[in-house]
Design a protein around this ligand. Sequence first.
Ligand code: S3P
Length: 439
Amino acid sequence: MPNSITLTKKINGFNKSIIVSGDKSLSIRWVLFSSLANGVSKAHNLLNSEDVMAAIKAIRKFGIKVLFKKNICKIYGKGIDGYQFKKNLTINAENSGTVGRLILGLLINTSNPIRLIGDKSLSKRDFKRVSDPLSKFGAKFMLNNDKNLPLQIYGSSNLKPFKYFENKGSAQCKSTVIFGAMRTEGTTYIKAKKSRNHTELLCKYLKLPITVKSKKNYDEISVKKVKQIKTLNYKIPSDISSAAFFIVLTALSKNSKLTIKDVNINPSRTGVVTILRKMGVNIIFKKQKVYKGEKKANIEIKSSNNLKAINCPIRLNSGAIDEFLIIFLVAAKANGTSYFKDLSELNQKESPRLKWGAKILNMMGVKNIITEKSIKIFGNPNLKINKKIIIKNYLKDHRVFMTSIIAALSFGGEWEIHDKDSIKTSFPNFLNIINDLRK
Ligand code: S3P
């Protein structure tokens, strides 16, 4: 089976209803919380992808039983101190920054050193951002090149709370410190730049000893040691980061309309919707509900004929951090010059994504100016591609692959897009949904 895809034709107009896969952030967090619960937790619609499987494989190594069949996953938690830290354990986070970074917070009391490894992409990413704060609890780390994987964590039986200032807007950094604090006697204080708040919402739903005060740009969080976690039955809503590819495909396609059902619309994740609405995309939330502290809705989108450029406010960055590649495609077709700034974090993802955004636009013939942390995109409402574009060697970043497919279907040209296996990390069903829309 070739691992590349060739596309030569724009998609025809469609009018459909789809369901995208379960939310990745919530799926990984559900696995980790359930692994610490007293008893059996059950999830429906858990994302069945390599990233989530990496979390499941990791907790299995700590002696936690997991059954995952069809659409139902059961985790047999043994309580907050139920992990067995055997000698010479190696955990493989594979491609997942979230698994690799979050799990470390739960290992700061390990009685035996644990080695954490990852794939080629994860091994290039910054782990000092989590080993630094976690060291303050008393755990010790040895990192490759002082900041990368493989790393070795040495836990402590004498953990101390501390005050942490999270200033990158990284939910992974914030969450791993919350996990560390759950294992630490006393109160840990966190001042965190706004970022996705699934960990805090799950803590609140489970009635764990956490308080969150929301300030304009920051949250002030306090966490006390957790004695017990009750089991967590959860129906994982769909992932807005996966939905975003289809929101943009619909917006850029003629005579099209799409409903995406049961999507998580936590306000810390809907930056993409706010940005696209400002650019003139017609997006409506229908049947809004609150489920276990998380908001969800059906999302309806229509083709957009009149796309406007945006000077994107910095405050919207963290809520759209995984969606900028796909937003850049809308900017490519908008009337005027769009400006996205303060985005150095984008180059910290599975690939240097800001650079890849610019590369894809260059290949499409869309003028842009890029710096280390910003990009200006000179939109063209009549954009059409008439040449061959080859996308490869992008560290198998799933979002580069999916963005390229949407670009090919929206703007035409001949595209040869390599490493289609990359979608297995976050959205294995992506190409099936594309094929359904092309019918
Ligand atoms: C995630 C946080 C974000 C995001 C990632 C998932 C999470 O990373 O990019 O895909 O589930 O906490 P950062 O915390 O590095 O911004």
